[in-house]
Design a protein around this ligand. Structure first.
Ligand code: 5RP
Length: 224
């Protein structure tokens, strides 16, 4: 199966976690886009969605699903999102689509994080995928030096030759050369560096379930 076929498979499988009559938390990215294609077929059974990005909001609106602000709703039953990497404990690296801050906010507001991913995303140790970190622009170089002290190389993410600007008006550093063996401690440490908005390690907001797309079908990993 192609990677897109695997993504479509888990996007469809995620429907089993959508609670009828409720508001679902929706992530961002190409795997989530397949989930949204599936969600469109049951859109009349849910009240709406909370979105983690302008891109997903536009897709939700296009398929006729009402989009609520986080502040208008209470705790969500479920948040469905992809990942750039996930390990055997449910810890993830996210932010390849630059939506990590809002993703972490919606994940924190949800009882269950359902990660949908093709099998290539399952790793032993987080860090091979360049770690996205959303930063306030004036802090970018200093934060990059802090990563250098840990052995990482941080690069400012560009779009069309210019620094990419996130939905929150900030910038993204992509950091290579890290082996994140203690994701909980790493996330806590980097999050308190001045100027860091969000680090793309999702350990405190880890997955409860991962639907992994494999050539032999959907493999369900439970981390609860
Ligand atoms: C966006 C994300 C995505 O979930 C992550 O990048 C995976 O994307 P894709 O499903 O396109 O592989 O964190 O910020």
């Amino acid at each position: 199966m192609t990677q897109d076929e695997l993504k479509a498979l888990v996007g469809q499988a995620a429907l089993q976690y959508v609670v009828p009559g409720e508001i679902v938390g929706v992530g961002t990215g190409s795997t989530v886009n397949f989930f949204l294609d599936a969600l469109a077929t049951v859109r009349d059974t849910i009240k709406g969605a909370v979105s983690s990005s302008e891109a997903s909001t536009a897709r939700l609106k296009a398929i006729g699903i009402p989009v609520f602000d986080c502040n208008e709703v209470g705790e969500l039953a479920v948040y469905i999102d992809g990942a750039d990497e996930i390990d055997s404990r449910g810890y993830m690296v996210k932010g390849g689509g630059a939506a990590l801050t809002r993703e972490k906010i919606v994940a924190a507001q949800s009882r269950l994080f359902v990660c949908i991913a093709d099998a290539s995303k399952l790793v032993e140790t987080l860090g091979a995928f360049p770690l996205p970190v959303e930063v306030i622009p004036m802090a970018a170089q200093r934060v990059a030096r802090q990563f250098a002290a840990l052995g990482g190389q941080a690069r400012l993410r560009l779009k069309d030759g210019q620094p990419l600007v996130t939905d929150n008006g900030q910038q993204i550093l992509d950091v290579t050369g890290l082996a994140i063996t203690d994701p909980l401690a790493f996330e806590s440490e980097v999050n308190q560096w001045p100027g860091v908005v969000t680090v793309g390690v999702f350990a405190h907001q880890k997955a409860g379930v991962c639907l992994l797309g494999t050539d032999s079908g959907v493999r369900t990993l439970e981390f609860r």
